[in-house]
Design a binder for this molecule. Structure first.
Ligand code: CA
Length: 226
C-alpha cells in the first residue's frame, strides 16, 4: 500500500544546524506544520541521534562543529541509502552543491532561503520516498509510472507537460478522493497567488490528451479520478 504524506502527520525530521537562531526557527517552522522534530547542533550529536532514532528526513547544514556535514552525510549513507537528506548550506558554490548531491544528498538549498521553500522541498522528498514501493498505478487503459514519470494509454505514451504530469500523478495517487484546487497547486509547486486560475488551463489541456472522462469534476470542490 502506498502512503501519501501531505502534512507532517507522524513524520520525524532530524534538523542539524549549529546556528542557534536558525536551528530554533527551523524546528518551530516544521513543528507548526505538524512534523515531529529533533535537533542536533553539531555533526557528532547528529550522528548519535541519527543512529539512535528513526527519521523520515534529515535536514543537514554543511559547516558544522566537530564533524563536517559532508562526513555526516557519508556516514548516514553507509547505513541507509533510502532516507532523504536535504542539505542546507551557506556554501552556495556550484562545486559544493555537486559534491553534496554526488555524496548522496537528495536536495540542496543555499542560505538564505525562505522557510516555505524548504518545507515544500522537504514535503516533495518525503512524498517521493514513500512512493517507491509501487511505481505503476493503473486506471482502465491508463498506466502511470511514477518512477519514469510517464503516462501510457494501451502501451502508447501520452505526452504531458511537467505540470500536467504532476497534477495527473497526484490525482492518480489519490484515486477516489476529490482534490481541491489549492491542494493541486501545492502538488505541482505553483505560486498560488499568481496561478490560481492555471490549474483549470492545465486540466483542460490534459483532458484533450487523456481518455474521455478520466478526470472528473466535483462541482465547486475540485477534481478526482475514480
Ligand atoms: Ca553552520
Amino acid at each position: 500500500m502506498m502512503k501519501i504524506l501531505l502534512g507532517g502527520d507522524g513524520v520525524k525530521i532530524l534538523i542539524v544546524e549549529d546556528e542557534t537562531v536558525l536551528r530554533k526557527a527551523l524546528a518551530k517552522g516544521f513543528q507548526k506544520h505538524g512534523y515531529t522534530i529533533d535537533v542536533a547542533e553539531d555533526g557528532e550529536q547528529a550522528l548519535d541521534m541519527y543512529f539512535d532514532n528513526q527519521y523520515n528526513l534529515v535536514v543537514l547544514d554543511l559547516n558544522l562543529p566537530k564533524i563536517d556535514g559532508l562526513e555526516v552525510l557519508t556516514e548516514i549513507r553507509k547505513e541507509n541509502k533510502e532516507i532523504p537528506v536535504l542539505i542546507l548550506s551557506a556554501r552556495s558554490e556550484v562545486s559544493d552543491k555537486i559534491m553534496g548531491l554526488d555524496m548522496g544528498a537528495n536536495d540542496y538549498l543555499a542560505k538564505p532561503f525562505h522557510f516555505d521553500e524548504l518545507e515544500a522541498r522537504a514535503r516533495a522528498l518525503l512524498r517521493r520516498n514513500f512512493k517507491t514501493a509501487d511505481t505503476i498505478i493503473s486506471n482502465g487503459d491508463i498506466q502511470l509510472d511514477t518512477a519514469l514519470k510517464k503516462v501510457l494509454c494501451n502501451d502508447t505514451e501520452i505526452s504531458l507537460t511537467k505540470k500536467e504530469y504532476g497534477i495527473f500523478e497526484y490525482l492518480m495517487l489519490n484515486k477516489g478522493r476529490v482534490i481541491g484546487i489549492n491542494e493541486l497547486i501545492e502538488s505541482i509547486w505553483e505560486d498560488a497567488d499568481m496561478f490560481s486560475n492555471s490549474i483549470k488551463v492545465h486540466i483542460n489541456s490534459m483532458r484533450k490528451k487523456l481518455p474521455d472522462g478520466i478526470i472528473k469534476n466535483a462541482k465547486g470542490q475540485g477534481y478526482y479520478v475514480e
